[in-house]
Design a binder for this molecule. Structure first.
Ligand SMILES: [Zn+2]
Length: 321
């Protein structure tokens, strides 16, 4: 069913890498060895990559008991993760509990607080994407000569705002990387989410901001490249459904340009490929678009972005995946 979306690839390339920048040389095929190529977010997607673009308004029908593909099992890097993964989808209570069959903790630290009546139907694994020591992931310096957009700080601020609201709603979440002074922590993020004990099925949300190709990290990218996109694991209908709900609310709340849903048939982001649960990655605006970065620095826009995530979570909590 994704073939129909392949038609949009050309448009995507245009929107990602067009905008009056210098012409690119003919792209050469790149090796797609997942062990050496571990893209972290949308800013690392190269022009020669096949990307599926999906419309978030197209309804995703998931039949009861329909199997889903929610992760890659190809890398063999997760020896410490229990091997009792059921071969059907992970989004059932029994699937989640089977995965955690060795636990003797009541409720698990990510689920309802001990002694409290369980609320909500999922454990939301909130991932802030990068650490303080991650290279790049920052804007050029603004005109004041000092101010810079730092992606790790933005991602954490959005996650912090989401968590504050989920507390009010009594919805379970797990802050995957509360530490600040870390680098990418890529495998640790995935391992923590996968091994997190929970009586509730888990959903992984990775929060990011995007960067377009630019002359250098000191130069702002083309002003024409802007907006929000949400990524999901290829062939995961549940991932696409969750992504569509996040994307819809992000566009509604922020008014930023709609770049729709995206996925890759190969070498998908590590956090989408290896998390053994429904997983999506939101790219909330372009921090090296000067005008958009200025918006992303404001309290108002950050709150809108966080609110959109929360509204999406509430919708999924209400209706299920
Ligand atoms: Zn990022």
């Amino acid at each position: 069913m994704f073939k129909k979306f392949l038609d949009a690839i050309g448009n995507l390339f245009k929107s990602l890498f067009g905008g009056g920048t210098e012409p690119k040389p003919t792209p050469k095929p790149k090796p797609t060895d997942p062990n050496t190529e571990i893209p972290q977010d949308g800013s690392e997607i190269t022009p020669d990559t096949i990307i599926i673009v999906a419309d978030e308004t197209e309804n995703v029908i998931i039949k009861p008991d329909e199997k889903d593909i929610e992760f890659d099992d190809d890398l063999g890097v997760d020896e410490n993760i229990p091997a009792t993964i059921p071969d059907d989808n992970q989004n059932t209570d029994s699937g989640s509990e089977t995965d955690e069959s060795t636990t003797d903790e009541e409720g698990g630290s990510g689920g309802p607080v001990e002694g409290e009546v369980p609320q909500g139907r999922y454990l939301w694994c909130l991932d802030n994407g990068h650490g303080q020591y991650t290279k790049g992931k920052r804007s050029p310096v603004f005109d004041d000569g000092v101010t810079q957009f730092l992606e790790y700080e933005f991602n954490r601020d959005i996650v912090r705002r989401i968590m504050a609201q989920l507390d009010e709603h009594g919805i379970s979440y797990y802050n995957v990387v509360p530490e600040v002074e870390v680098d990418d922590f890529l495998r640790e993020r995935v391992d923590r989410a996968n091994t997190k004990k929970s009586d509730l099925p888990k959903v992984f949300i990775s929060v990011h901001s995007n960067a377009a190709s630019a002359r250098s990290s000191k130069h702002w990218a083309a002003a024409s490249i802007s907006g929000i996109e949400t990524w999901y694991f290829h062939n995961s209908k549940k991932g696409r459904k969750v992504a569509s709900i996040f994307q819809k609310h992000l566009i509604d709340q922020t008014g930023l340009k709609n770049r729709h849903l995206k996925s890759r048939p190969e070498s998908q982001f590590f956090v989408l490929r290896k998390t053994r649960m429904t997983a999506v990655l939101t790219e909330n605006g372009f921090y090296n678009n000067k005008a958009e970065a200025a918006k992303l620095m404001t309290d108002e826009m950050r709150q809108k972005i966080a609110d959109a995530h929360v509204v999406a979570i509430l919708e999924i909590e209400k209706n299920g995946i």
